[in-house]
Design a protein around this ligand. Structure first.
Ligand code: NI
Length: 165
């Protein structure tokens, strides 16, 4: 089921999302929510989607992880950045919750993220590629932060020059 994506300035995008409890993860309705988020992300041509963007104040995110070789989307629960590179990169970003705007944001080049997978098993992800950017952007969403808060430059553009996250 495709869910409506909230857009700025919806106040729900500004709330710090809550941690998931272990016993909630196996519930069919929660598993369905992860499937719906994945379907919603693809339908919107996005490569990342966080709980608050569909009005769920939960620390969950979906990311397109092409780095693993297949197009299987990654579902992360309670993700936490456990280490980050000193080196930073300037990232050009758009967001499904901020239509028509693009910005340049300074991000850590590489990060390590600890999370639970959709079965509730601990998982560690290292990336210094696009996935690192997606995860930093999505974890910001979980803290009520949008890329326009951090961008050194924001431009309005109708065309989609970059995938939105
Ligand atoms: Ni976004």
């Amino acid at each position: 089921m495709i869910l409506p994506i909230l857009t700025e300035p919806n106040p729900l995008l500004r709330v710090r999302a809550k941690e998931m409890e272990a016993e909630q993860i196996q519930r069919p309705e929660f598993q369905k929510l992860l499937d719906d988020m994945t379907e919603t992300m693809y339908a919107a041509n996005g490569i990342g989607l966080a709980g608050p963007q569909i009005g769920q104040s939960k620390r969950i995110l979906i990311a397109e992880s092409s780095e693993s070789g297949d197009r299987k989307p990654l579902a992360l629960i309670n993700p936490m950045i456990s280490s980050k590179s000193w080196r930073k990169v300037m990232s050009e970003e758009g967001c499904l919750s901020i239509p028509g705007k693009w910005g340049v944001v300074k991000r850590h080049r590489g990060i390590t993220v600890r999370a639970l997978d959709r079965q509730g098993k601990p998982l560690t992800i290292n990336s210094d590629k696009l996935l690192a950017i997606i995860l930093q952007h999505e974890i910001d969403h979980l803290d009520g932060i949008l890329f326009i808060d951090k961008a050194v430059r924001v431009e309005e553009m109708s065309e989609r020059v970059r995938p939105r996250i």
